[in-house]
Design a protein around this ligand. Sequence first.
Ligand code: AHR
Length: 379
Amino acid sequence: MKKKLVSVLMCAAMTATVLAGCGSSSTTTTTDTSSADTSAADTSASNAAETTAATEAAADASADASASGDVLTIGFAQVGHESDWRTASTNSCQTVFTAENGYDLQFVDCDNDSAVQIEAVRGFIEQDVDYIIIDPIVSTGWDTVLTECEDAGIPVIVIDRTIDDSDKYVSWVGSNFKTEGLAAGEWLKAYAELKGIEDINVLVIEGSTGASATIGRTDGFKEIADREGWTILDSQNGDFTQAGGQEVMESYCKSYEGQFNVVICQNDNEAFGAMDAMKNAGVSYGVDGDVILVSFDACTAGLEYVLSGDINADFECNPLAAPFVEEVIQTLEAGGTPEKEVYMSEHWFVNEDILSSITVDGEEQELTVVDQAVVDAQY
Ligand code: AHR
């Protein structure tokens, strides 16, 4: 029997307001392009403000839950611990789903193993948890176990990466990975034009194979590369880790010596590894180097390298999903129907103040020049 919170009706109204601000059910990312004169620090802080609004709304509801003595058990099957982004994502859930807030969080680190992740979900079914959160390592192979969740009457909320072969979950909260890839491509096009760079020869270090983050970023960037006639010399799996990024880049430096002028790393940790490999191979990168270095995630350490000029541009993926997931849960507890898709806002970060915006999918999107305040405001 699922425990129902009876004191969250007011929160449900707040939920609707906050989720509406997140561009739910849109297929377009809600990158914040609202104000041309917004300062960089203000822009960087807007994720925090958005998250704070969601957190406050959900906190009111969970305070009511705690007061009434009800505890909701949440099973969370996390991808692993491969990156700074993943740590921020785990911290987000562990900060929101606390005993103090009226939750019992059952957390499983699946160490990037899909079989372990499926078994973790089955374990949550056996425990008869109230809700299951899944960040799917890969986007396929989910229908059987999601049917088992459905049969057990346990609602599933998907975060971050998408599930592409089943719709048996109540909501998904995350980012538009293809838009991130398109943005990286549009930025590179505009940047190269400004710098007078005509030949673009790209090496891509991909994220884990089968992850929707990898598929979306690869497709988005490739769409622009194909349109512009750039050469993608190679595209290999760095598994979203620093060691993986370094290993792939070491091999690229040998195989493509003197042939590349752009490296696209599909997350910050891969970029850190790629920087080490290029340094060791005597290849210069960043704003003063021979190679333009682009990254995704824009966690604090990534932005520090944007500030120093080692990474030219970093395309954010927002890891702070938990407050929005809590809103989904509280909506369900109140008997409401949450949005099927909740997109969180993201920003694009650059070192040089030479371009104020790019156009992505027909929409003008602001670029944030990184300063220390921007770094300090990030997770
Ligand atoms: O699914 C999100 C991706 O997974 C992040 O870009 C990466 O850092 C993580 O490992």
